[in-house]
Design a binder for this molecule. Structure first.
Ligand SMILES: Cc1cc2nc3c(=O)[nH]c(=O)nc-3n(C[C@H](O)[C@H](O)[C@H](O)COP(=O)(O)O)c2cc1C
Length: 556
């Protein structure tokens, strides 16, 4: 070590040792490269010993904790790290129950952006991917299910079950598909309360095994941002709904009694500020509240199975993943960063735009599905005018009560820039769409011109994510790309590495970097808490290739 590096160390000589270390002095290392290598082998313990006034690192040797008796040829041990294998970062039972190696989930992304390819890649590597079903037709969803079900080597996977209050019947159709094809795991999202289709999915097939244990074949991982919603998922299904299902002949009275003893969801993802729909909650305040709720409800209901909380929203670097595990995440959920990976179901054009984003290059914009209610989604701002144009549409919707009331000049601008067609033509296309999909919307629009205006404006909000997914060059400035701050954080972390080039972003490489990097960040934090502060260079967890990570994992 040179003097500059030494200056980065604390006054360790005064620090009390915690044990005596004995071993081969040849295996003690003080140079940066060796220290980095020792720390990165996360499956092995690390000892930090003092020799001739300098710190040395090793992952070998023996320890004696009797401080009063110094063994021969021993050295004072100032700090130590236990092994930190990746499969033990979160809740071990989560991995066991879902047949995973690592506590890592690729979250659902609408329009198949979280594609079967993402789920397959993650699944083959012992992680879990949810396939995005929102915004897709039941036919497309069924095709994706059949694809996953026909893999020669089955992998763990799940599908999104999104609450769709605006499309009556859709949730039931999707649940029918999941039950028909035995999709055993869903990510339930956008729920504010339990719905009958969701409960039907959860309790269908519930029974007791030979030992009397309750077995529910279908599992729900619920994604929520509010404690009051989480408490509904951690509770058993509402009695009224169970009785409705008994009356409909879906389950028996005896099954209803079993269902009343299990939570709707054993696992809840606490979702902080994320891409897409988000309450923009700060992770550091949201997550501990969810963990406290879990502990309270586990005590209250005394379930046979442990309740668990995973964290999502804002995870784009090893440090953010480490923070989640340090706060008690059973698992982590990643979305935005996966969208920029090669396997995502979006276009190359959108992926490139994402790879160029900084943390501030995002904005909240009106959401297509809940436009009239003023609900917003988090989107990419850089390189697209979608957020600005959608906001303009919302302002007009608030200001005028019909398309006819829009001043001629404003209308012309809208037709020329946003819609690139006359509003009359847009209405004709919109009416055609709803004639097939939901004719009640047309009846409502006939009576209420303000509703007609909303449907026309929603045409733009509904088309813009499809233009992004299809990479429609002529509509590039209108791409609606859901994205959170995690994307910019990842890009900043990845600068100068192989990940800087978007083409090198493969979902498993990214995931393994986040997990391995998180383990390393946790080690650095543990060293700091023992008074060992490393030089900035050693404190930086840099991106690695998958080969390097695999080698480090094998070395353990
Ligand atoms: C492009 C995109 C589309 C998304 N679509 C959905 C969706 O259809 N259903 C859902 O439950 N979550 C959706 N999400 C949320 C993700 O599943 C995940 O929870 C979230 O992205 C995690 O936060 P992050 O974006 O900060 O990583 C979407 C996120 C993105 C970025």
């Amino acid at each position: 070590m040179n003097n500059n590096e030494q200056a980065a160390w604390p006054a360790i000589a005064q620090q009390k040792h915690i044990a005596w270390w004995q071993g081969d002095n040849e295996l003690l290392h003080a140079d940066k490269e060796s220290i980095a290598g020792i720390l990165a082998e996360i499956g092995k313990p690390v000892c930090v010993v003092l020799k001739e006034g300098q710190l040395y690192f090793t992952n070998s040797g023996n320890l004696s904790f009797d401080l009063n008796t110094r063994p021969v040829k021993s050295l004072p041990l100032l700090a130590m790290l236990p092994p930190c294998p990746l499969d033990q970062l979160g809740d071990h039972s989560f991995c066991r129950d879902h047949a995973l190696r690592f506590p890592y989930i690729g979250g659902s992304m609408a329009h198949g952006i979280s594609s079967p390819e993402i789920a397959i890649a993650l699944g083959q590597h012992g992680m879990l991917g949810f396939i995005g079903a929102a915004g897709d037709s039941p036919e497309k969803v069924e095709k994706a299910i059949l694809r996953m079900k026909s893999l020669p080597e089955p992998v763990p996977f799940g599908f999104n079950l999104i609450h769709s209050p605006n499309e009556s019947g859709l949730e039931d159709i999707i649940v029918d598909l999941y039950l028909k094809h035995e999709v055993r795991l869903v990510e339930a999202s956008a729920f504010l309360a339990m719905s009958l289709p969701l409960v039907r999915y959860r309790v269908t097939g519930i029974h007791q095994d030979a030992s009397g244990r309750i077995v529910a074949p279908n599992h729900v991982i619920a994604k929520v941002s509010r404690v009051e919603v989480a408490s509904k998922f951690f509770a058993p299904p509402p009695e009224k709904m169970l009785q409705q299902l008994v009356a409909a002949g879906v389950i028996t009275e005896q099954q209803a009694q079993l269902a009343a003893r299990i939570p709707v969801a054993q696992d809840i993802t606490s979702e902080a500020d994320s891409g897409g729909h988000t309450d923009n909650r700060p992770a550091v305040s949201l997550h501990p509240t969810m963990v406290a709720l879990k502990n309270r409800m586990q005590q209250e209901h005394n379930y046979d199975m442990p309740l668990r909380v995973g964290f999502g929203g804002g995870i784009g670097t090893p440090a953010s993943a480490a923070a989640c595990f340090a706060m008690g995440a059973a698992y982590i959920v990643v979305g935005s960063v996966h969208q920029a990976c090669n396997e995502s179901g979006t276009s190359d054009a959108a992926r490139l735009m994402l790879a160029g984003a900084g943390q501030a290059d995002i904005a909240m914009a009106p959401a297509g599905d809940m436009f009239e209610m003023g609900v917003t989604v988090q989107v990419l701002k850089r390189g697209t005018m979608f957020a600005m144009r959608a906001q303009k549409l919302y302002e007009m919707y608030r200001k005028y009560d019909s398309i006819a009331a829009i001043p001629a000049a404003d209308r012309q601008t809208l037709e020329k820039t946003v819609f690139q067609d006359s509003l009359a033509n847009i209405w004709a296309m919109t009416a055609d769409f709803f004639r097939q999909r939901d004719p009640s919307q047309l009846e409502k629009a006939e009576k209420d011109p303000h509703h007609q205006m909303a449907l026309v404006f929603r045409w733009y909000l509904g088309k813009s994510p499809r233009w992004a997914v299809a990479g429609e060059e002529a509509r590039k400035v209108d791409f609606q790309i859901w994205c959170g701050a995690a994307m910019g954080a990842f890009n900043e972390w990845a600068k100068g590495s192989h990940f800087e080039d978007q083409k090198n972003r493969k979902v498993v490489d990214v995931a393994m970097n986040l997990l391995h990097g998180a383990a390393l960040e946790l080690r650095l934090s543990q060293l700091r808490s023992q008074g060992v502060t490393l030089s900035p260079e050693l404190n930086r967890v840099a991106p690695r290739t998958l080969d390097q990570i695999e080698r480090l994992a094998h070395a353990c």
